[in-house]
Design a protein around this ligand. Structure first.
Ligand code: PEP
Ligand code: MG
Length: 747
């Protein structure tokens, strides 16, 4: 270790440092040959320094990963320890190196951040296999070597004699994910839980380092326990699962055992974490199994946490010290975690996972922040501070873009700016179709910050006010007065336009920080929303009281979420009536007009639409949940949430069935799920008879622009033959798109 430390400390060129390095290893390990093979341009392994082989072969001998023993080590990212190397089937003889007299072979990968940078090899004449301690030593040494190489890249200039080797990411990258929230933004990357690189690799005092490791592990375990027990409540269901898995890993004996071994071999606790992480990464990154790859992320996050614990940092939900134009990169981020970031500084979000209908995505659309999801492998390509262009509409992130890409992007931003100016100009134009139908375009909102968007977008009201958002972002349960104030502000902001309040939709992934979550196997179809409200009516009565008070002298529209039977609606409505009675008895000013409606988000209620119309003043289709339950596809599960198209003929047919039922019974009907804000879907809904759509603010301009050019009757005629039960199409999307092209409808 001492010799290596000296080799590292050298100020000479990197090539000389590598030469010193192999010399030091061959001496320390008493082997005839020590060689370094480095991966050039990510393609070929090149003999870059050697002690014992012919120097003339340096920078000449090359092989592909997978070729020969060295190539095999690079490909598998695992050590290879052979007593009789020439007898191995993969052995490939390179005469120019003069390696024929050597029998034993030990090759270890040179890893950094899970990337294979090259292979470090020792060879000796005697046919013997190296013992475990020697293998460990060489692995450690290879890690130190990785630092030298990366240093070289970082220093650049004359000293950077090894340019061309795949190191920390520097290349421009284009990552294609899914569009979860549109918008074009430029900013600088911020890793949601960034890795902390170990500053010191080699321990000065092994015993002290062992104690540090134990303390770090205890701190980590305590923090993970706390997350699972208490703070998990703040996070989404997905996060909760993640933390449960974390806990499993944090207590995994093998993992901690590997860390202890690494410290015992002379590494600092931080370097040990990095070492064990590297091993896992290299191994798991090769796996095609998405489950295993996901576990890799858990281990990575855990390693990061441990590194933070070791650095003395308090373990919390990330350091929020972000730049003024931050693009957050994360594996997954829950709605509460998202709201922890300073909105004024947050430009965009890129996730490795995520799903379009998750509440994080809903919040992003609501606050106008572009969100790209399913950007697979993006965390391996990005470092905090990298310049990033986010195209939320197409779901593409340009990382460390070229100047030409930046210029092209700016041009598109300008065009988009012009488009939004065009939308701005249309702000006061009513959304009237060519065939004369007036469509009311309303906003989905939930927080105070959403209210100015009503005027900015020229919305016709708030079609869905998600009251639970106030509860989710508060530290404590909002009191009656706070609730009343928010509702009053929403009503005031809307002026003459209607505001439809949806009572608390809790459960699923909407969990309150101050309420114990009830563990459930299937929270989306568990004890949530109206089910909680009917079983424990206190909270909802309180809320209804606030709504009645807030709308004194004004128009009050209230609806209940997740209703599965008409009977549930009747019970909920009775609770509301009691609150109105109470206000009357107390002589309080009542709303001047009251409408009580229902969210139609379960297929069972669709089948009762006739009877629903007898009891509800209006119906609002919660298409996010309706589609989730219709297709039996979890909206929060990235693997299935986009699997079925809401423009599938079966889905369009249930949407039409609901519209027909309501229209026939003269009950106003609207759609308030995300599909209402997407032009193709919105046009289809209008063609099916819907006159009211409520959507995220970003949808209003594009939907209006499309509607102004729509002959709804003509589209209905085009679609109707395909909605029949025996339609074989898997989606009507192409038909609608083609129709728009023919008709010159901007989409
Ligand atoms: C819906 O389910 O479509 C809806 C609008 O409600 P949320 O997305 O809040 O569940
Ligand atoms: Mg819903």
């Amino acid at each position: 270790m001492r010799a290596i430390r000296e080799a590292m400390a050298g100020t000479e060129s990197v090539q000389e440092r590598l030469d010193d390095f192999v010399q030091a290893i061959s001496k320390a390990m008493r082997v005839k040959v020590a060689s370094i093979y480095l991966l050039r341009q990510g393609e070929e392994l090149e003999l870059s320094a050697t002690q014992g082989l012919k120097k003339s072969a340096v920078h000449i001998t090359r092989m592909k990963p997978g070729e020969g023993l060295v190539g095999h080590v690079a490909l598998t990212a695992r050590p290879l320890n052979l007593a009789d190397a020439p007898a191995h089937p993969l052995f490939s003889y390179r005469p120019e190196t003069g390696e024929d007299p050597y029998n034993s072979f030990l090759g270890v990968p040179i890893l950094r951040g899970g990337r294979v940078l090259g292979v470090l090899v020792v060879q000796s004449k005697k046919a013997r296999s190296f013992n475990e301690e020697e293998v460990e030593d060489l692995l450690t040494v290879a890690m130190v070597l990785a630092e030298i190489i990366v240093d070289d890249e970082r220093v650049g200039g004359k000293k950077a004699a090894l340019k061309g080797i795949t190191l920390a990411p520097v290349k421009p990258e284009t990552v294609i994910g899914k569009s979860f929230a549109g918008g074009l933004v430029e900013g600088h990357a911020y890793l949601h839980m960034p890795p902390v690189a170990p500053a010191n690799m080699l321990a000065d005092n092994i015993a002290a380092e062992e104690i540090r490791l134990e303390e770090g592990v205890s701190k980590l375990r305590a923090s993970v326990d706390a997350m699972v027990a208490g703070d998990t409540a703040k996070l989404s269901r997905a996060s909760k699962d993640i933390y449960e898995t974390y806990r499993m890993f944090a207590y995994d004996r093998k993992w901690v055992g590997r860390l202890r071994e690494a410290v015992h071999s002379g590494l600092t606790a931080e370097a040990a974490v990095e070492r064990v992480r590297n091993e896992h990464r290299a191994r798991l990154m090769k796996s095609r199994d998405p489950y295993l790859r996901a576990r890799l992320h858990d281990l990575e996050d855990l390693a990061n946490r441990l590194l933070r614990a070791l650095s003395g940092e308090a373990l919390g939900p990330g350091n929020k010290n972000i730049s003024d134009d931050a693009i957050i990169f994360a594996r997954e981020i829950g709605p509460a975690e998202l709201l922890d970031y300073d909105r004024d500084k947050l430009r965009g979000i890129v996730l490795e996972e995520g799903s379009a209908s998750s509440h994080t995505a809903i919040i992003c659309r609501a606050i106008g922040i572009p969100l790209i999801g399913r950007a697979e492998g993006v965390l391996d390509l990005i470092e905090t501070g990298d310049l990033v262009l986010v195209d939320g509409k197409e779901g593409i992130a340009y990382i460390r873009p070229l100047d030409t890409q930046v210029a092209g992007f700016k041009m598109r931003q300008n065009i988009a700016g012009e488009m939004s100016r065009a939308y701005e100009e249309m702000k006061f134009t009513p959304a009237k179709t060519i065939d004369g139908r007036h469509i009311s375009l309303q906003l989905n909102a939930g927080l105070l910050v959403d209210l100015p968007q009503l005027d900015q977008a020229g919305a016709d009201g708030i079609g869905l006010f998600r009251t639970e958002f106030q509860f989710m972002v508060s530290e404590f349960m909002p009191r009656l007065k706070e609730q009343t104030e928010l509702y009053r502000k929403a009503i005031e902001a809307a002026g003459d336009r209607p505001v439809t309040f949806r009572t608390l939709d809790l459960g699923g992934d909407k969990i309150l920080p101050y309420m114990d979550p009830v563990p459930e196997e299937n929270p989306a179809i568990g004890w949530r929303a109206i089910r909680i409200a009917l079983d424990r009516p206190g909270l909802m009565r309180y809320q209804l009281r606030a709504l009645v008070a807030a709308a004194a002298g004004r128009h009050l529209k209230v609806m209940f979420p997740m209703v599965a039977t008409v009977d549930e609606f009747i019970q909920a409505r009775a609770l509301f009536d009691r609150e109105v009675e109470r206000a009357k008895k107390l002589g309080l000013e009542l709303p001047q007009k009251i409408e009580v409606g229902v969210m139609l988000e379960t297929p069972s209620l669709a089948w009762q639409v006739r009877s629903v119309c007898d009891h509800a003043d209006f119906v609002s289709v919660g298409a996010n949940d309706l589609m989730q339950f219709f297709f039996a596809a979890d909206r929060d599960n990235a693997r299935v949430s986009d699997r079925y198209d809401p423009l599938h003929p079966a889905a369009v047919s249930i949407l039409k069935f609901i519209a027909d039922g309501c229209i026939r019974n003269d009950v106003p009907v609207s759609v308030c799920g995300a599909i209402a804000g997407r032009p193709l879907e919105a046009l289809t809904l209008v063609a099916m008879g819907y006159d009211q759509l409520s959507m995220p603010v970003t949808g209003i301009g594009p939907v209006k622009a499309a509607l102004l050019k729509l002959d709804a009757e003509k589209l209905r005629e085009r679609l109707e033959p395909h909605i029949s039960i025996n339609s074989r199409l898997s989606t009507l999307r192409d038909i609608v798109r083609e129709f728009c092209l023919e008709e010159g409808i901007p989409i």
